[in-house]
Design a protein around this ligand. Structure first.
Ligand code: G6P
Length: 623
């Protein structure tokens, strides 16, 4: 949450690189946006901040800056408010009261009150309610005391380093000092920051999507690292000022992947991208000879894995739902007990864990702070950890012992779609892998590999229901409440369906195991509360049909998402969405597709901003 960008390079490009950059980071927060630019002619700073979306800021810049305005460097920010209301004054960047330092921050400064008190005694003043403003003033305070450097880090960079010796909390920052127009300083702890290395230009950003239009070469900074950038190069150092040799990664996707490509919304594009993202999740990960899945980065040998007699999966939000599906799959096919817990609860609960427990975390971004801290807690206790993440080079990817990358490409829509299905698919492959290390036969493994390989085509086929779902959405968009009901591995899909609808259309929705309905939620059933059932033609199909009857008997509407061979009595469901009959390992993944389309089209009918739902942010880097 909160996105930051910094740029030093071609003066003519500075403003547009920054505005375009934070536009791509808007998924991290969109309460307000701001930019600080050191004007090329005067080297004086111009700071423009506006409540609302980046478009507001862009319009304000057009009005405020004269034709041909160029800037030697600049920083920009898009905010998800934590401390302080959503106002222009609280928008970043923030400037020290002596005017020397300007800073954009992502994270939370926990000891800001004591720093503020201290700085007030030193006659620094404050004009916002944010925790961030103390950073600008504290850097300014250290800067005026710091002697000019003879070699190594500049006086400016040293004052940033000194500041963070006194700060508790999390931060990714991009900082300007008006005395150093040729450079910017960045630093991180607990919030992501990457360095983009272009030709005659360098960038700082919260993630790759903000720099990809300029360069594919990036350095993922580690916690505690500080970087000083100029257009000709960069210098990375750690806490004790030791220079760090960077590892430059080449990003394997480009700007097109982060565009809407003709779709009205990122969410819709990402729903339709699923055949490709699922293909990518599987690529090179099957061993035909051994009839199993294979993973290159688990960093755990087979005998160690064979000894694991328990798996604990930790995640938040949609990724937590993926973990619940994976629990069903691993327990069913590999017969290993799995527990799923909210990462935020695990961290403080001090749960007793068995010795041979594998701890897995699941996170699209790889930056969710609750999940990252849960991972750290598990590592601290000595457990072997693994991650399923889409965030290449993310904090979680770097800190876990091993893991599996999703390769789903950038997911920009705040409501997760393609990342969820790819997590579920990878979970299914992991269940197969574990099962083949235990009791699953070669023959069964072979048939499951064949089934999994069909997934992209099956998803493609399911997407063809989109027009029909759009019509259903029109009929149901004005209902105030929804129930989502499914059983076994389809229960987490009911939870995910309810979450998706809540997130993007602000309709109250609840997901339950269908049988649980009679123990409470049935009280909600009435003409105004439709129930979405997800049902397969399995041994408990009739029980779910009985639950549908109970809903109908109470005047509730039934929307039924069913596999094509289900035998639901004629007329019981008001709406029917049919899916191909598939192997039970794949059924939850496939049932997700109509859920995504239903919530998308309902949200569109209600005129909601599906890509940027109110109050949400995609990558939540605060607790
Ligand atoms: C936020 C997002 C959710 C997401 C969750 C976990 O709450 O709004 O859509 O599922 O974070 O994100 P992660 O990146 O860890 O999967």
């Amino acid at each position: 949450m909160c996105g930051i960008v910094g740029y030093v390079g071609d003066e003519r490009k500075t403003k547009s690189v920054l505005i375009e950059g934070i536009k791509r980071l808007e998924y991290r927060g969109y309460d307000s946006a701001g930019v600080a630019l050191l004007e090329a002619e005067t080297e004086e700073p111009v700071v423009i901040r506006k409540v609302g979306r980046v478009d507001n800021l862009s319009n304000a810049c057009k009005k405020a800056l004269k034709e041909g305005f160029h800037a030697v460097n600049g920083i920009a920010h898009t905010r998800w408010a934590t401390h302080g209301r959503v106002t222009d004054e609280n928008a970043h960047p923030h400037r020290s009261s002596d005017g020397k330092i300007i800073l954009a921050h992502n994270g939370v400064i926990e000891n800001y009150e004591s720093i503020r008190k201290f700085l007030t005694t030193k006659r620094y003043t404050f004009s916002s309610e944010t925790d961030t403003e103390v950073l600008a003033n504290l850097i300014a305070y250290h800067y005026q005391k710091e002697p000019e450097s003879e070699n190594g880090l500049s006086r400016f960079a040293k004052s940033v380093r000194k500041t963070f010796n006194h700060v508790e909390g999390t931060y990714g920052v991009a900082v300007i000092c008006t005395d150093y127009p040729d450079r910017l300083v960045g630093a991180r702890k607990g919030s992501p920051l990457i360095l983009g290395v272009g030709k005659d230009e360098c960038l700082l950003a919260s993630d790759v999507s903000a720099v990809i239009a300029n360069t594919n070469n990036v350095v993922y900074l580690n916690d505690g690292e500080l970087v000083e950038i100029t257009k000709d190069g960069y210098h990375i150092s750690n806490w004790d000022y030791t220079q760090i040799e960077p590892v430059i990664h080449t990003v394997d996707w480009d700007i097109e992947d982060a565009e809407k490509s003709g779709f009205d919304h990122y969410m819709l594009k990402e729903i339709f991208e699923q055949p490709k993202s699922l293909e990518n999740a599987m690529r090179g990960r099957f061993s035909e000879d051994a009839s199993t899945a294979k993973f290159g980065g688990l960093n755990i040998d087979v005998s160690q894995l064979r000894q694991m007699d328990r798996i604990l999966l930790l995640a938040c939000g949609t990724a937590w739902h993926a973990a619940l599906v994976i629990e069903y799959l691993i327990e069913k096919y590999a017969r290993i007990p799995v527990e799923v817990e909210y990462a935020s609860e695990f961290r403080y609960r001090n749960a007793p864990l068995d010795k041979n427990t594998l701890v897995g975390v699941i996170s699209q971004s790889g930056e969710t702070l609750d999940t990252l801290e849960a991972l750290r807690e598990a590592k601290r206790k000595g457990y072997h950890t693994m991650a399923i993440t889409n965030g290449v080079g993310s904090s979680i990817a770097r800190e876990c012992h091993g893991g599996i990358y999703q390769h789903a490409g950038p997911e920009i829509g705040v409501a997760s779609t393609k990342a969820f299905t790819s997590q579920v698919l990878i979970g299914a492959m992991f269940a197969l892998y574990l099962a083949r290390l235990r009791d699953m036969s070669y023959g069964e493994g072979k048939s499951i590999v064949a089934e999994l390989k069909k997934v992209p085509d099956l998803v493609h086929q399911s997407l063809s229901e989109a027009e029909k779902i759009k019509e259903i959405a029109k009929r149901y968009s004005q209902y105030p409440d929804f129930l989502f009901l499914g059983r076994q591995s389809l229960f987490p899909i009911a939870l995910e369906g309810a979450l998706k609808l809540k997130e993007i259309s602000y309709i109250h929705a609840e997901g339950y195991p269908a049988a649980e309905m009679k123990h409470g939620p049935i009280a909600l059933v009435c003409e105004d509360c439709p129930s979405v059932f997800i049902v397969e033609s399995d041994e408990i199909q009739n029980k779910v049909v009985a639950n549908m009857q109970e809903v109908k008997a109470r005047g509730g509407k039934v929307i039924c998402i069913q596999s094509e061979d289900c035998t639901i009595p004629d007329g019981l469901a008001d709406e029917v969405i049919t899916l191909p009959k598939v192997h039970s390992m794949i059924a939850p993944l496939l049932a997700t597709i109509p859920m995504q389309l239903l919530s998308y089209h309902i949200a569109i009918e209600r005129d909601c901003d599906v890509d940027k739902p109110r109050n949400l942010a995609k990558s939540v880097t605060v607790e």
